[in-house]
Design a protein around this ligand. Structure first.
Ligand SMILES: C[S@@+](CC[C@H](N)C(=O)[O-])C[C@H]1O[C@@H](n2cnc3c(N)ncnc32)[C@H](O)[C@@H]1O
Ligand code: SF4
Length: 373
């Protein structure tokens, strides 16, 4: 029988309530599991006897396991390949940033430089973006809230995680209920990550953006825009047909006026597709009345899965100059990192047969700089 993750908070709470156990014991159980992932339930002292029965019959301390851990040569990035209970694999990537040095600095050491964790919300993705390896896999399954949180539990054993970004595999807003529950768990004891330290990246699921501020006030939102006009967006992101640019921008307006937060705009620079001066001007006009930070991202090649090429450095700098100089929009250019362990953005496609995979984390580096400085 498949057991649930003890980090599936909703399930655990209702099972406890049905058995007359006070849910106040849950943080204590979580703390114990974080410190002793291989524990037996009976190792946890002082729980009511009905709690042990519920835990033993329905829950596992961890339903996923770390299959492999790969450090980049500079120790700045660590990639975890995680095996889920259903046999599927997802990845999580740890990136380390040292505020004192003002730069990324390596060596996994708990209590050392703060780290950002990039996590997955789905196995595969149904949105089919033409530049994304995960999209080419199609949708396989949703992660439960517990499976999402377990990525944080695994990573916390390697580094002190201060920030979490949903920029791994999958479209988090297509797994909305689990996403909301996972973020709430992360913000509670014993994780205590403020929502300001959590960023959700979305292709632009309009109806979910409309709910997000009420459900998770304070959360950081990143939007994968990638084109300044509907026509180009549709060419490279089929989901744009269901969620047209005009509707997306209206949803962002509402989100911004209720959250009062800046929004991160992700824009992959694709040679000859969306990187001309006219596109920068179109983007500038589209965004000039919003409080945004634009992150220009080099395209990470995904082999024969995509025909795109990344834009040249000069094109990227000119694009940045136009957005900054003419439209006064804060614009960063993504740093490349973790490439020696295939830790580059949007390349994530897990092949369970040979356990190779790549995930993206680099896109976050600039977001992390901006949010947490
Ligand atoms: C993999 S997605 C996951 C989050 C969400 N589904 C989204 O699209 O925002 C995270 C980021 O990686 C970007 N990305 C995907 N494929 C990429 C590639 N080949 N090169 C660079 N960035 C890529 C996405 O556009 C998005 O901004
Ligand atoms: S970029 Fe995001 S939404 Fe698009 S296919 Fe990849 S994971 Fe899915």
């Amino acid at each position: 029988m498949m057991h649930r993750s003890v980090f599936d908070a909703g399930e655990l709470t209702s099972e406890f309530e049905n058995s007359g156990v006070n849910p106040r014991f849950i943080p204590l159980i979580w703390r114990h599991v974080i410190q002793n992932p291989n524990c037996e339930w009976t190792d946890i002292p002082s729980l009511p006897s009905a709690a042990y029965t519920v835990l033993r019959t329905k829950f596992k301390p961890l339903t996923s396991s770390v299959h492999s851990v790969i450090d980049s040569t500079d120790d700045v990035t660590t990639k975890l390949l995680i095996k889920l209970q259903n046999g599927a694999f997802v990845e999580a990537v740890i990136m380390r940033y040292d505020t004192r040095l003002g730069k990324y600095a390596g060596k996994p050491r708990p209590g050392g430089p703060r780290s950002t964790l990039c996590i997955s919300s789905q196995v595969g993705c149904k949105m089919g973006c033409k530049f994304c390896a995960t999209g080419s896999m199609g949708f396989k399954s949703n992660l439960s809230s517990g499976e999402i949180v377990e990525q944080l539990v695994h990573a916390s054993r390697i580094s002190l995680i201060r920030n979490v970004v949903f920029m791994g595999m999958g479209e988090p807003l297509n797994n909305y209920t689990a996403l909301v529950e996972a973020v709430r768990i992360m913000s509670r004891s014993p994780f205590q990550l403020s929502l300001k330290r959590i960023t959700v990246s979305t292709v632009g699921i309009v109806h979910a953006i409309n709910k997000l501020h009420n459900d998770l006030p304070g959360l950081n939102l990143a939007v994968s825009l990638h084109a300044p006009v509907q026509e180009i967006r549709c060419q490279i992101m089929p989901a744009a047909r269901a969620f047209p640019l005009e509707k997306l921008m209206s949803a962002l307006r509402v989100y911004q006026s209720s959250s009062k937060q800046r929004i991160f705009i992700e824009y992959i620079m694709l040679d000859g597709v969306n990187d001309e001066d006219q596109h920068a001007h179109q983007l500038g006009k589209l965004l000039e009345t919003y409080e945004v930070v634009v992150n220009l991202i080099p395209f990470n090649p995904i082999g024969s899965l995509s025909k795109f090429r990344t834009s040249g450095d000069e094109k990227v700098l000119t694009f940045q100059k136009i957005l900054r100089g003419i439209y006064n929009i804060r614009t960063t250019v993504r740093k490349q990192m973790g490439q020696d362990i295939s830790g580059a953005c949007g390349q994530l496609v897990v092949d369970a047969s040979d356990k190779r995979s790549t995930v993206s984390a680099g896109v976050l580096t600039d977001i992390e700089d901006i949010i947490h400085r």
